[in-house]
Design a protein around this ligand. Structure first.
Ligand SMILES: [Zn+2]
Length: 73
């Protein structure tokens, strides 16, 4: 019996986010709280950064974008 169950997942596209290096620190652009860096696991499809205060995910590009920081919350 081989384990093929993982391959049955219809979602095969993993977004090609730039993943920060371990130990990188970032702050949330909305409330300046420290962001949590997620592990870049094959089965994780979310963005690298997570703010558990505003329940929001960020990419490195989001954090570098001035426009993004000006978005209304
Ligand atoms: Zn936040």
């Amino acid at each position: 019996m081989k384990k093929h169950r993982d391959l049955d997942n219809p979602v095969k596209f993993k977004p090609d986010y730039t993943w920060p290096k371990d130990g990188t620190k970032r702050a949330c652009p909305k409330n300046n709280e420290p962001l949590q860096l997620q592990e870049n696991l094959p089965q994780y499809y979310g963005k690298p950064w997570w703010c558990h205060h505003c329940q929001w995910q960020f990419t490195e590009e989001d954090l570098k974008s001035d426009d993004f920081c000006k978005l209304p919350s």
